[in-house]
Design a protein around this ligand. Sequence first.
Ligand code: NAD
Length: 373
Amino acid sequence: MRIAVLKEQAAGETRVAASPETVKKFIALGATMAVEEGAGASASIADTAYREAGAEVVSAAGAVAGADIVLGVQAPDVMALTGAKPGAWVAAVFDPFAQRERVNAYAAAGFEALAMEFMPRITRAQSMDVLSSQSNLAGYKAVLAAANQYGRAFPMMMTAAGTVSAAKCFVMGVGVAGLQAIATARRLGAQVSATDVRSATREQILSLGAKPIFVESVAGIEGEGSGGYATEMSEEYQQAQAELVSSHIAKQDIVITTALIPGRAAPRLISDAQIATMKPGSVIFDLAVAQGGNVEGSVPDQVVEKHGVFIMGYANTPAHLAADASALYARNLFNFLSAFWDKEAGKPVLDEEIGDAVRLTRGGAVVSERLKG
Ligand code: NAD
C-alpha cells in the first residue's frame, strides 16, 4: 500500500495533506509513504521532518509512481496522477459542483475520487470532517483579520486618557465557523450578537455569552436542519431577515458572515444599502466570499472600501493558518483511512454509509448520488 502526498498546485494553497505525525501513523499501519519534495514548505514542515518520520521524499512523478492512494488538500489535476496504480484512490477536497469537469476527468481516467467535503455529518465521522476542522480555524482567523483592519480596539479600556468603548460584533451564520468567530470576538472583549436560520443555534449563541438576533415573524429551520445544513429560505423569510439585519447592522462595528448552502451560491445577507447605514471604519469579513459572497461588493483577497466601511474576505481562509490547518486536515485524512483499515488486506475498505457518501467516481463512472441529482 503506497500512499503519495503531493505538493499543492492551486494558487494561494499553503496547506499540505499529511504531517510527519500522520506519516508515522500510516507507516505503523503498514503503508509506504512518499512525499513530494517541498510539499510541506509553506506549512512550515521541512522535507527532513517527513524523512525522519519514515517517508521517501521524492519528485512529484516519483511519489505518484505506483501509488494506491494519493492524498491532497485540493484535488490534483488528473494529469498529475500519471503513473498511479489503475483505480487508485484520491482523497482530497474536490469542490465537485463547481469543478464537474475535473470529476469527469477522474472517472475517465479510472480513479476513485473521494471528496472529503462530502463526509456525512454523523457522530462517528466527526474526527474525519475536514469542513469542521478548517471552518473552525477560519472563524478564528476572520475575527483576527477584521480586528487588524479595524482602526479601533475590541475591548473596553478605561485609561487615564479616557475610556475606549467595546466593539460591537455581529456574526451571521452560526455553524462551526460562526461559533468560533463568536468565541474569538468574545475573548478579544467585543460585545457579540449572532443570527442563524436554524433555531438550534439560539442556545449555542447564548451558551457562548452572545446575544441571539432572530427573525421571529416567519418560521426558520426547526432544530439543526437536515444533517445540520441550511436550505435556501423562502422570499418571505429573506424579506423579514433583511429588515432585521437593517435595523441591527447600523449599530455594529464588526460583522462576520459565514452563511453557506451546500451546492449553491452563498445567500446574500448584506446589501450595499445596508452597508451605507454602517459607521465609517466598520469592518465586514465575508467568509463566504469564495462561494459568491454573503456581502454585496465583497471581492476575494481584497479590502474594498464602500461608504467608509471595509469589506474583506479571503479566497482561502484556512490557508492563512497553514501549519494548524494542515495538522488538523492531515489528522482528518488519517482518521478516515485508518478507521476502515483492513489488517488482512493491508488497505482501507470503506463501508457503505461513508464510502457511498464521499465517493464521486469508480470503475470509469461518476457514482455520487449528489452529483447525479
Ligand atoms: P455551513 O458551513 O453549512 O453554514 C454555516 C452556517 O450558516 C450554518 O449554521 C447555516 O445554518 C447558516 N446559514 C445558512 N443560510 C443562512 C442565512 N440565510 N442566514 C443566516 N444563516 C444562514 O454550516 P457548518 O458550519 O458546516 O455547520 C452546520 C451544523 O452542522 C452545525 O450545527 C454543526 O455543529 C453541524 N456539524 C456536525 C458535524 C458532525 O456531526 N459530524 C460536522 C460538521 C457540522
